[in-house]
Design a protein around this ligand. Structure first.
Ligand code: APR
Ligand code: PHB
Length: 389
């Protein structure tokens, strides 16, 4: 098989890139390890920056997102019994859209299928060959049958555990990592959200987050120990702990119910540099990971895809390699700003085992400053709604 761009990974990064390339008349093939149902079964964050919304519009996939997504003009931040609001729209003129990542992925699958896009599911043994040559190719097996794709370029959109990053010779890669000493225990419940906007809570018992998918589907998280397992937590224990971490007024309003999904996610900050080797380009989680505190995972994958799509479009339209040659530098510049915001917001809102009394005083002072200073709120709002591409 031959194509212009071989895309490894059928998550949001790979699908969005494939659809944008298609809209620019550029052929691609997506290689996905799992089944479509498995990919759509993943529960992920659901806060979309305007940049991603615009890319979905450019991809012709934004109708449902505009019809069903929730416009959020701000978020609440609580610490102990104190609570204040960051008004995104007042400070930046821009809201965020709350719309599950699963739905983004569903819309992208629908668009690729409608356009006759080729997605190879349940592929195995993917190997990238000749990425540092002018004639790269990818081999893989599918249901035991060997396959090969000859291509012009390869997009590594295969997430943190994929093969793409590891294809770049270790001596050419620089990796930066911070593993956080806690996890997030998350549940999905068919209950009305406790508040129409998100609540990020810093409490002496640890972090909590109140989010939602729609008026009848809520998403809650509490910071937990890395040694915890989901089965260690009954629903009742979760609800009681969540209530202890919210201001009393919000805790009283919390509608509880059976969890329909319960899982624990570890938190990590990670970046690999460069995001390009020859004709291989890394996008999204294949190149970087953020703690979910700032909801930057999908949104930073989106800006990678934007830069790569524009570079490839320019290459095929004019022969220029300027866009693809500047891809890694441009993408990393925005990646590191997202890493910083996600690390900063995580440091502000969580309890760390090694925190002493002074550290806790610094957290409260930072929250007091954020609460009372418009410049601080504007800075937070600009990072949360998404820095410019
Ligand atoms: N071959 C083919 N496909 C692979 C391989 C492989 N060797 N390894 C992984 N994959 C697939 C995975 O099954 C997954 O569907 O690549 C896809 C990668 O998707 P994501 O992990 O969702 O990464 P990305 O598309 O970059 O999306 C980033 O997803 O993980 C969240 O928080 C993250 O919101 C962010 C978003
Ligand atoms: C979610 O709704 O799952 C969510 C929202 C905001 C975050 C993280 C997760 O910062």
């Amino acid at each position: 098989m031959k194509t212009q761009v071989a895309i490894i990974g059928g998550g949001p990064s790979g699908l969005l890139l494939s659809q944008l390339l298609h809209r620019s008349g550029i052929e691609s093939v997506v290689l996905e390890r799992k089944t479509k149902d498995h990919v759509l079964g993943r529960i992920r964050a659901g806060v979309l920056e305007q940049g991603l919304v615009r890319l979905m519009e450019e991809a012709g996939c934004a109708d449902r997102l505009h019809a069903e997504g929730y416009v959020h003009d701000g978020t609440l931040i609580s610490y102990g019994e104190e609570m204040f609001r960051i008004d995104f729209t007042e400070h930046t003129g821009t809201p965020v859209i709350v719309y599950g990542q699963t739905e983004v992925t569903r819309d992208l699958y629908a668009a690729r299928e409608a356009a006759g896009g080729l997605i190879e599911y349940e592929v195995e043994d993917v190997v990238i060959h000749g990425a540092d040559t002018d004639a790269p190719h990818v081999t893989y097996t599918q249901h035991g049958e060997p396959r090969r794709i000859d291509c012009d370029f390869i997009a590594g959109c295969d997430g943190f555990h994929g093969v793409s990053r590891r294809t770049i010779p270790p001596e050419l890669r620089r990796e930066y990592e911070k593993v956080y000493p806690f996890g997030w225990l998350g549940i999905l419940s068919e209950t009305p959200p406790v508040n129409h906007e998100l609540i990020y809570a810093n409490s002496e018992r640890g972090f909590a987050l109140c989010s939602m998918r729609n008026e009848a589907l809520s998403r809650y998280y509490i910071q937990c120990s890395l040694s915890d397992r989901p089965e260690d937590w009954t629903d009742e224990a979760f609800w009681q702990e969540l209530k202890r971490r919210l201001p009393a007024a919000q805790a009283e309003q919390l509608v509880t119910g059976p969890s329909i999904e319960k899982s624990i996610a570890p938190l990590r900050s990670f970046v690999t540099e460069p995001m390009r080797w020859g004709r291989l380009f890394l996008c999204g989680d294949a190149a970087h990971i953020v703690p979910p505190t700032g909801a930057k995972g999908l949104n930073t994958a989106a800006s990678d895809v934007h830069y790569l799509h524009r570079g490839l479009r320019e290459h095929y339209a004019t022969g220029s390699s300027e866009g693809i040659d500047s891809y890694s530098e441009k993408a990393l510049s925005r990646v590191w700003k997202a890493e910083r915001f996600s690390w900063w917001f995580s440091s502000l809102m969580h309890r760390y085992p090694d925190q002493g009394p002074f550290d806790l005083k610094m957290q409260v002072a930072e929250l007091d400053f954020l609460r009372s200073n418009r410049a601080a709120q504007k800075a937070m709002a600009e990072n949360y709604v998404g820095l410019p591409y």
